[in-house]
Design a protein around this ligand. Structure first.
Ligand SMILES: [Fe+2]
Ligand SMILES: [Fe+2]
Length: 154
């Protein structure tokens, strides 16, 4: 059981979370651009590529957090966070499933008809909000479980 997280570990999580946030914001701005361009084929491709990139990155990231990762360690170190830790791990399955669904949708719907993409854009924005909230909750859980400073993980 760890009572303290090594600084290198905190730094790794921090930089991964920052990278995920950056990718989520880039996707959000690609969505904005796609809407402005009335979902041209180029923009459909751009959004699909960014979604696939995010999916790969999240798959690796979630695996590192789960098996023997910090979500496990946090629950072992501070049983008070065990329920929340389990809940966050379940979020991973949900988030990945939703992203994969969106990728499939984007790959199979090449119609450059803007209204058709409106529900897609709305769902994707909701998904990105869910993802950002998830990472924020994880940072808070880590600070709580390992008594880290408020600014340790922002
Ligand atoms: Fe996570
Ligand atoms: Fe995370």
């Amino acid at each position: 059981m760890l009572h303290e997280l090594p600084k290198s570990f905190v730094d790794t999580i921090k930089s991964e979370h920052r990278m995920i946030c950056a990718k989520a914001y880039q996707l959000e701005s690609a969505l904005h651009e796609a809407t402005a361009q009335k979902w041209s084929l180029n923009m459909i491709q751009e959004v699909t590529n960014r979604l696939s990139d995010l999916e790969h990155c999240l798959q690796d990231h979630f695996e590192r957090e789960e098996q023997g990762g910090f979500l496990d360690e946090a629950a072992a170190n501070a049983p008070r966070v065990a329920v929340e830790s389990a809940h966050l791990m379940r979020d991973h399955t949900d988030i990945l499933a939703r992203i994969r669904e969106m990728i499939e949708h984007a790959k199979h719907n090449q119609a450059t008809d803007a209204p058709e993409w409106f529900p897609f854009a709305q769902s994707l924005r909701a998904l990105l909000r869910q993802l950002l909230a998830h990472e924020t909750q994880e940072n808070a859980l880590l600070r709580n479980a390992f008594n880290l400073d408020a600014e340790a993980l922002q």
